[in-house]
Design a protein around this ligand. Structure first.
Ligand code: GDP
Ligand code: ZN
Length: 349
């Protein structure tokens, strides 16, 4: 494992802001740079293939997978107290053995991350998963209804973490023949960007070969609101998983109160990470200036704007706005851009 997917367009895979200086952003505190493992990153000379992989994290302990073996390992107190922002499922780690057993000794620098701001302190990033190749945003139709507006923020968060994005539209069995083309057309702008979009149904098995092809040989995380069918999809991809599905069932197990992700080994170098229901990603560290980097389809028309520092919001002679109005660029994507720019200009967002 190791290399990135490479299915999407180049623009989409790597935002311009990441490409420019080689370095993703100025290294600040550990919490500001989720790629950096800080003091725990001392083990950088270790080949990731020789390191153990974190498959789940509990209080003061984590479960690791290495050389076909699963085992428990203690998380040192210094790391445990910042666990949600210092250690993630998918992390590659080195261990040491003391009389107390296995103990984490270092975390390798992350290739990709998926993180979100801590609800109580938005300056701190909570890690959801690390070293993922593909993050699949699972959405559903009807229950809950498809809301394409939510997708843009998810895509920005995925892209910023360096992973490839995919969209899985589940529960298409709930659409009748008339509704189907209309509902699914809302995803055309994402297809046009090179983001793989799979329409699937757990009930009928539709879309499963495509979904399998998307995850095979990769480390993938499934993200989305609870109730869209993430657990059902994981179970369908590997029946041995037997993950609890359905709201009532999960409430009983307390799943909704946890923030834990779990990595499942499907064999053949395929790993799937089940994440807790995520309602929304924040716009952490994003500025109105860097926002256009996440709308790669604006780059070419943007060259025809009258002003070369055009924000594509209110300037006269804006080619991006004109093309969106003419339907040559997705109107929905342009509207999403405007909304995000407005959100970014609000203090205390
Ligand atoms: P999660 O919270 O995202 O993990 O969602 P679950 O996998 O627990 O599914 C939520 C509910 O949706 C359950 O009652 C499932 O039986 C149902 N569900 C999942 N996939 C489908 C599907 O393709 N079609 C239909 N009709 N229902 C589904
Ligand atoms: Zn413009």
């Amino acid at each position: 494992m190791g290399r990135r997917g490479g299915r999407g367009t180049e623009d989409w895979d790597e935002p311009a802001s990441n490409r420019r200086g080689g370095k993703r952003r100025k290294a600040g505190t550990e919490a500001e740079d989720p790629f950096d493992t800080g003091a725990w990153g001392a083990a950088t000379d270790v080949d990731p293939h020789d390191a153990a992989m974190v498959i789940s994290i509990g209080s003061g302990r984590c479960r690791l997978f290495h050389e076909q073996r699963e085992f428990d390992c203690a998380v040192p107190p210094e790391l445990a107290k910042r666990q949600k922002s210092a250690l993630a499922v998918g992390d590659r780690v080195v261990t040491e053995t003391s009389e107390g057993g296995c103990r984490l000794a270092g975390v390798l620098r992350r290739r990709t991350v998926l993180s979100r701001p801590d609800p109580l302190n938005p300056r701190v990033q909570r890690l959801i998963a690390a070293n993922i190749d593909v993050v699949i945003h699972v959405v559903s139709v009807k229950a809950p209804p498809l809301r394409p507006r939510l997708i843009d923020r998810f895509l920005i968060a995925i892209q910023r973490g360096g992973a490839q994005a995919g969209i899985c539209v589940n529960k298409v069995d709930l659409l009748d023949a008339e509704e189907r083309p209309r509902e699914l057309a809302a995803l055309d702008p994402y297809r046009a960007l090179g983001v793989p979009v799979v329409a699937c149904s757990i009930k009928t098995g539709e879309g499963f070969p495509e979904l399998r092809a998307l995850v095979e040989g990769k480390t993938c995380a499934l993200v989305g609101h609870s109730g869209v069918g993430k657990s059902s999809i994981l179970n369908a991809l590997d029946e041995r998983l037997d993950i609890a599905t359905g709201e009532l069932h999960k409430r009983g197990t307390g799943r909704h109160t946890t923030t834990a992700s779990t990595l499942h080994d499907l064999g053949g170098d395929t790993y799937l990470i089940d994440t807790p229901g995520i309602r929304e990603f924040g716009l952490w560290n994003l500025t109105p200036e860097t926002l256009p980097d996440y709308f790669p389809e604006f780059a070419e028309p943007g060259e025809y704007c009258r002003f070369n520092d055009c924000t594509h919001l209110h300037e006269p002679g804006c080619a991006v706005k004109e093309r969106a109005e003419a339907g040559e660029l997705s109107r929905a994507r342009y509207d999403a851009y405007v909304r995000l720019a407005e959100d970014l200009s609000q203090p205390g967002r």
